[in-house]
Design a protein around this ligand. Structure first.
Ligand code: BDR
Ligand code: CA
Length: 310
């Protein structure tokens, strides 16, 4: 079993990532930390607690609130995709568990330093603010982590700007700190996640699971699908769980090693992730980028996880 720390901003697709991690026997959630992004830190933290409740997550798993804003940029949310609550659509269960009193960045540090070297995989699915703060507070986490697999960015594709993706664009300085840290890190960007779409056939498969969790995901997808339809997507791309799926089964995602950096000063391209795909990448390159996902098999893994949840 792979132990993962989810750093997230739920968020419809973040919520599905948490449910996938909670239901799949191949991964164990070591902690959940939240970050300002899809909605305010208060809202996304409440959403994380509610999803943990729905999933019946062990109350011993810490859930902690992290950064309330990006490092340098002004705060920015995504209500056009996630609504005013950050999880518009289904009815959320009332959270009963208590929030961990530590800052999310501290929980990232404590979880990694308190585990065996190479044990924890860091899975960020929001802005990289908490992870950047953690790297600066305790640089020893860089050598101790197994790897980092984050959702964000893309190669020559964008959703926030022509070449920039939301998680990176709202806190590009944090993203550059995390991407340049030196640990093994894979960017699961829009090239891959725009393939992780819910077709009507896949939706029918999810509905057929018949658990409370799968019904909840259906409610999420109703709102989220309508929001994406307004942006020209026939089928909504469900970004964040692709990271967790890659931990469960790396063969689901096609990746290549490539030097990677965030554009921090481009007049038209600030927040763009720049991957150097010229071959061969130097053997020591610690950065990889995902370029595709096997969509049918990906959703089979999600459906199997939802079947194991309440
Ligand atoms: C990313 O932005 C957020 O709105 C989603 O949760 C996902 O992490 C997609 O660009
Ligand atoms: Ca997210």
């Amino acid at each position: 079993t792979r132990r993962i720390l989810l750093d997230c901003d739920p968020g419809h697709d973040d919520a599905i990532a948490i449910l996938l991690a909670a239901g799949d026997p191949g991964v164990e959630i070591a902690a959940i930390t939240t970050v300002s992004g899809n909605q305010s830190i208060e809202k996304v933290t409440r959403n994380a607690l509610a999803i943990a409740e729905l999933a019946g997550l062990d109350p011993a798993v810490p859930i902690a609130r992290g950064a309330h804003r990006p490092l340098l940029h002004e705060v920015e949310y995504a209500p056009e995709y996630h609504g005013e609550s950050g999880l518009d659509g289904p009815q959320l269960p009332e959270p009963t568990r208590a929030l961990d009193p530590r800052h999310g960045a501290q929980v990232i540090i404590d979880t990694i330093m308190g585990s065996e070297p190479g044990e924890i995989t860091l899975v960020p699915t929001g802005a990289l603010t908490n992870v950047a703060l953690a790297v600066r507070l305790e640089p020893r986490i860089v050598d101790r982590v197994r790897e980092v697999i984050f959702m964000g960015g893309g190669v020559h594709v964008g959703n926030h700007g022509p070449f920039s993706e939301f998680n990176i664009a709202i806190d590009p300085e944090a993203a550059q700190i995390v991407i340049s840290a030196g640990w093994p890190i894979t960017m699961v960007g829009l090239n891959a996640t725009h393939q992780a779409v819910v077709t009507p056939e896949i939706r029918a498969k999810l509905d057929a699971v018949g658990t409370r969790s799968s019904a909840f995901v259906g409610g999420l997808l109703d709102f989220y699908g309508a929001a994406y339809a307004g942006h020209g997507f026939a089928h909504p791309p469900v970004h964040d769980p692709v990271t967790v799926a890659m931990v469960i089964d790396p063969s689901l995602v096609r990746t290549v090693k490539a030097p990677l950096a965030v554009e921090l000063s481009g007049a038209l391209t600030k927040g763009m992730t720049v991957a150097d795909l010229r071959e061969p990448a130097p053997a020591t390159t610690p950065t990889s980028v995902a370029l595709g996902v096997e969509n049918e098999r990906f959703w089979d893994v999600v459906a199997a996880a939802l079947a194991r949840l309440p």
